[in-house]
Design a protein around this ligand. Structure first.
Ligand code: SAM
Length: 239
């Protein structure tokens, strides 16, 4: 089926967001997030650009909002450990199914798992040097996006950075993801929501211009290859 990608498909819903989603398929989806993120999200860039230089200056407090299966947090924890650096990493997700799975697969990474909303951490007065998310923005309604950005501003410590990373909607991204996941749909991605939800996610995602027009003052949007967006804010204003 050929979808119109000229506007966001805000009415389309990811299957994994259904509270009655098949739990085995959901857990296979969390398991495959690591591979999908390695292929499309370039989490190594987040580590090299935002985490490593700051971690060299002192012990970091890192928050992943909407951590899902926790694979990006685990990658960061592993790399910091190999570099002999230390950090306090919190994986936050409002979905208890995700946090339970992530905590069960911590593998000694020592991450803190919290089933809560970002607004709950604000209410607790949480402060972090690096606040990030990956593939969360496109899930949110307009009001939820505004809330997430307000929460991020409150949660980032003086001199810290917020980086919300997501897909950029494009026909190329849709086509490439469609081909790659079709090839793997009978093997690695069988019995998961990776293919269907990924295609829905691309349809729900922003273009650079759309996200820039939604960004409040003090936030900037960057485009990255292959089809990525970063909505970011440095908290220099408070320093
Ligand atoms: C598609 S998953 C992304 C998982 C992971 N970040 C990744 O890249 O693989 C989006 C997650 O964001 C969570 N979420 C959305 N808004 C949130 C908020 N305000 N606070 C905490 N979690 C949130 C959802 O529960 C969902 O598990």
């Amino acid at each position: 089926m050929r979808h119109d990608l000229s506007t966001r498909a805000t009415e389309a819903r990811e299957l994994m967001d259904d509270p009655d989603a098949d739990i085995e398929m959901l857990e296979r989806t969390y398991r495959r997030f690591r591979l999908v993120n390695a292929l499309v999200s370039r989490p190594g860039l987040l580590y090299r650009r935002e985490i490593l230089p700051r971690a060299r200056r002192g012990r970091l407090r890192i928050l992943d909002i909407g951590a899902g299966g926790g694979d990006v947090c685990r990658m960061i924890a592993e790399r910091l450990r190999r570099a002999g650096l230390d950090a306090e990493i919190t994986a936050l997700d409002a979905d208890a199914r995700a946090i339970r799975w992530a905590a069960e697969h911590d593998g000694g990474a020592g991450i803190r798992y919290r089933c809560a909303l970002s607004s709950d951490l604000v209410a607790e007065g949480g402060q972090y040097d690096v606040v990030f998310s990956n593939h969360v923005l496109h899930h949110l309604t307009e009001a939820e996006l505004d809330g997430l950005l307000r929460d991020s501003e409150a949660l980032v410590a003086t001199g810290g950075v917020v980086v919300h990373r997501d897909i950029a909607r494009s026909r190329l991204a849709y086509g490439l993801y469609g081909i790659a996941t079709w090839i793997l749909s009978g093997t690695l991605f069988r019995g998961s929501f990776i293919r269907e939800d990924g295609l829905i996610s691309i349809r729900r995602s922003y273009t650079r211009g759309e996200l820039a027009s939604r960004a409040p003052t003090g936030w900037t949007v960057r485009f990255g290859l292959p089809s990525r967006l970063e909505l970011r804010r440095n908290d220099d204003a408070a320093s």
